[in-house]
Structure formats: C-alpha cells, structure tokens
Design a protein around this ligand. Structure first.
Ligand code: ZN
Length: 478
C-alpha cells in the first residue's frame, strides 16, 4: 500500500452492571474481597448447579441499550462460548451470540466544539470469567473465582472512529452516559469498565477495510489513545515496508510504551457457540421495555443543551457542569437558591469543584449543601461581604458545617456600608496623605488605588470597596 492511509477503529467495551448479585447466582459481585470468598457451586462450575437469570441485571442492560438508542429485542438467547482457561472452571462462558439483547444504536459525541455519531452494532449480556493471580505465590499462578459470573454488558461499536483521540472522546461520552443512567460505576481500576480496540488502516478516502488487529491490555482511557497510536504506527511501518498486517491480538505495554503481537486471534467459530440448554430464551416484554424507556433519566448531551438554553450558560460552563451527573445535580439544586445561574456556575466550577477534587468528595455528599451555597452567594451579590471574604467563608463552611450567615455575623465579616463611618475614614486618609492627593489631582490617577487601600486598612478590611472608590473620587474631584 502506498500513499496516505487512515485508521479505522472499533471498540468493544465491557461494563459491569451495578447490581448486588451475579448474573446467574446470588453471590455478591463486590470488588476487593479475599480470593474465592464470593463463590458458590455455580461459580465453581460444579456439575448439576443450574443458572437462574438475575432480572435486575437484565433491566440495567435494557436501560443501557435504550440510552444508546438501540433496538431492544423482546427475545434474546444466552449462548455458551467454549474455551479452556484456568480461570474458567466450567469450560465455557455464558454470553449472547446470534441473538443479542439489543442491536443498531448510536452514541453522539460532542468534543471540543465538534460533534460526531458512532454507530453501536450490538449490546449483549455476558458473565465475567475468574482471574489469574500471577503475583501471589512465587513461581505459581493462583486462581480467584470471585469475579466469575459478574454481570457485564458488552457494547460493540461499528468501526466509525477515525483517530485515537476520537476513540478516547467516545469512551468519555460512553462512561458519562453509563454513569448518568446508573447502569455502572465504570471504575476502570476495579475492572468495571474494560476496553478492547480493533484497528486497521486503509488508503485515505477509500471505503474498503484493511486487515485489523485487536488491541488488548488497555487499562486507562489515555492507554487506549496511546496504545492505538502505537499500533497505527506499527501497521503503517509494516505496510510501507511492503509487508502485510496479520489478524492477531496485540498487547499494549504501558510501562515500556510499546505494542507487541501476542497470538493469532480466534475466529468466532473457534468458540463453538451454541444456545445454553440450561437457560430458556431471555424474554423482556414490549410493555416492560417501554416502561424502562419512559423512566430513563435525562442523558448528558440533553442536559448540556438544557443548561445552555434554560440557565443561559456558555457552552464551556455547560460542558464542565454536566461532565459528572453528581455535579450537574448539585448545580441545579444550587441555582434554586442562588441569585442567578451564572454566579452559581462560577462558584460550582471554581471553589466547589476544587474542594471536591482536593478533598476527594462526591458532590452528592458535599458538606456545603446547595442551599447553603445559595445563601453565601446571596451575601456576596448583595454586597454584604466581598468576593474574597466569600471565599474565606466558603472554606469555613466546609470545615465547620456552619451557615454562611452565622459565620459572617459571629465573626463580624459584613462590609461596612454605614455612610458616616465610610466618609470619616475617607476624610482621615485624605488628610493623612496630602502629597498623594496633590499628585492625584496633578494627573497620577493610579494613586486612587493606593488611597482605596489606605481606607480599607483603616476599616480593618470591612469597608465596601466599591463605595469607598466612589466616595474617594467624589472627594478628590469635587
Ligand atoms: Zn455464585
């Protein structure tokens, strides 16, 4: 292949469904327990143990599929995917193959001012396999079956992504959507969101497809972007040198920042899929699907647009505030109590978000309630306290849980707006600095700032600086 090439990328994303039971038994899918403590005969693959489908997991998968604008099928079929691996004692994984739960959706991604749609080929239910532990015993591999049977939705995109950066933007949007829909916590460190990527190269502008490789071991969104870039470079190098790309699995080594081929990739027929005889077809009635659709919460893009229209916020603010559902909820609750939406937005994007990040808090359990923030903003906007004092009061509210009004009153932080007091300080300062007054009147206008500072000092920081400014100008120019 000569000339310019372009990448064609598709993603397969596994998200762990946020239920408190596994997909086919009642064991807990919780992360972080001692190995092999959350298992039962079914998890262990003991003969005679029969699976029973967890309806809660099915509902979450339907919700995810509807959020992705998929067609949800009333009848889908669980199938056995057969392969041997030490962490899979029963010798097969229960998944869906020929008749998945949902097909044909799309996700619209808005990123940096551009917008593009990625088609979703399918979404199906699947149980997780166990986990091999290579670092528990020297020279040996141990097996932990706690993860066996954990409910997953596998989301497969069409190869509509044309760059590693877009792949990352798609993942950000997908994660945000899953969090908004409360389908999954999407915690990558705990394995509740996992990504594999398919990538091939084709001549720029053509419609054909080159041979694709599957990229694995992508442990973060930045890893997805970096791994894809390296694999695209590797394929381009092969093609430019007159070689060919082989369909194989490629491992991304984040530490060494390189990719290396692992093995020939299996074809789906290698897995000898067949309908699981222990499970009846999965039926979700049309009525139930429509009920779930009617109860879907607002999705991130819809909310972003509404924030712009309803609250009149700039696109940037709407993007930051809706990046996390908890933050968006907090903002909307604060707007109810705040003097105006833009002031609320500035404070939520500023001091609130900063404290959330620095103190590792969730907006839902933030110590300053939305109403409490609204009260504080009211005091700033009506001039009772200055912007800077407001920020100090905010920190004190965080640390003590007290109300803004209480803190301002008990600590005497309110600005002095008593005209007699202000005029007295202004007169004293003018009398005390005759040369500054003379130079100001001679044209050195920047000395106004110095004089304002002197009045503020005399008032122990409590004078209302806007009023001081007016009074000084009047006295100097009058
Ligand atoms: Zn179990």
């Amino acid at each position: 292949m000569t000339g310019r090439t372009e990448p064609v990328i598709g993603l397969e994303v596994h998200v762990q469904l946020a239920t408190d039971q596994k997909l086919f038994c009642r064991c807990s899918p919780a992360f972080g327990s001692e190995p092999n403590t959350r298992v039962c005969p079914l998890c262990l693959g003991l003969p005679g143990a029969l699976p029973v489908t967890n309806g809660g997991a099915v509902e979450l998968a339907v919700r995810a599929a509807l959020g992705l604008e998929c067609t949800v099928h009333e009848t889908s079929v669980f199938a056995r995917k057969n392969y041997f691996y030490p962490d899979l004692p029963k010798g097969y994984q229960i998944s869906q193959f020929e008749r998945p739960l949902a097909t044909g959706g799309r996700l619209v991604v808005e990123e940096g001012g551009e917008s593009f749609a990625v088609r979703i080929r399918r979404l199906h239910l699947e149980e997780d396999a166990g986990k091999s532990l290579h670092d528990r015993r020297p020279g040996a591999t141990a097996v932990d079956l706690n993860r066996t049977g954990v409910p997953l939705a596998e989301i497969v995109s069409e190869p509509d992504l044309t760059s590693p950066a877009r792949a990352r933007a798609f993942l950000d949007a997908l994660k945000r959507l899953m969090e908004y829909l409360e389908v999954s916590d999407c915690n990558m460190e705990e394995g509740s969101l996992r990504v594999d990527a398919n990538v091939s190269l084709r001549p720029a502008g053509s419609e054909g497809m080159g041979t694709k490789t599957e990229l694995k071991n992508l442990n973060s969104f930045s890893g997805v972007e970096k791994g894809l870039s390296l694999e695209i470079e590797r394929q381009a190098g092969l093609l430019e040198g007159g070689g060919t790309v082989v369909q194989e699995t490629i491992l991304y080594d984040e530490r060494r920042s390189r990719v290396r081929p692992m093995r020939r990739k299996e074809e789906s027929h290698d897995y000898r899929y067949f309908p699981d005889p222990d499970l009846p077809p999965l039926v979700v009635s049309r009525e139930r699907i429509e009920e779930i659709r009617a109860a879907l919460p607002e999705r991130p893009l819809e909310r972003r647009r509404r924030f712009r229209e309803e609250h009149g916020l700039p696109a940037y603010d709407a993007g930051v505030l809706t990046a996390r559902r908890g933050l968006a909820d907090y903002f909307e609750a604060a707007v109810e109590h705040a003097p105006d939406p833009k002031t609320a937005s500035n404070w939520v994007m500023g001091p609130v978000l900063q404290a959330v990040n620095e103190r590792s808090l969730s907006p839902a359990s933030f110590p300053v309630t939305p109403a409490g923030l609204g009260e504080l903003l009211g005091l700033v906007v009506d001039g009772t306290i200055s912007q800077n004092t407001g920020k100090e009061v905010f920190v004190r509210m965080l640390d003590t849980g007290r109300r803004a009004g209480e803190i301002v009153e008990e600590e005497g932080l309110a600005q002095v707006r008593d005209e007699d007091a202000l005029r007295g300080w202004v007169r004293e300062v003018l009398e005390g600095h005759p040369d500054a007054v003379e130079r100001y009147r001679g044209g050195e206008e920047r000395l106004l700032g110095f004089l304002v500072g002197q009045v503020m000092k005399r008032s122990a920081g409590k004078a209302d600086p806007r009023r001081v400014n007016q009074l000084l100008r009047k006295a100097l120019e009058g």
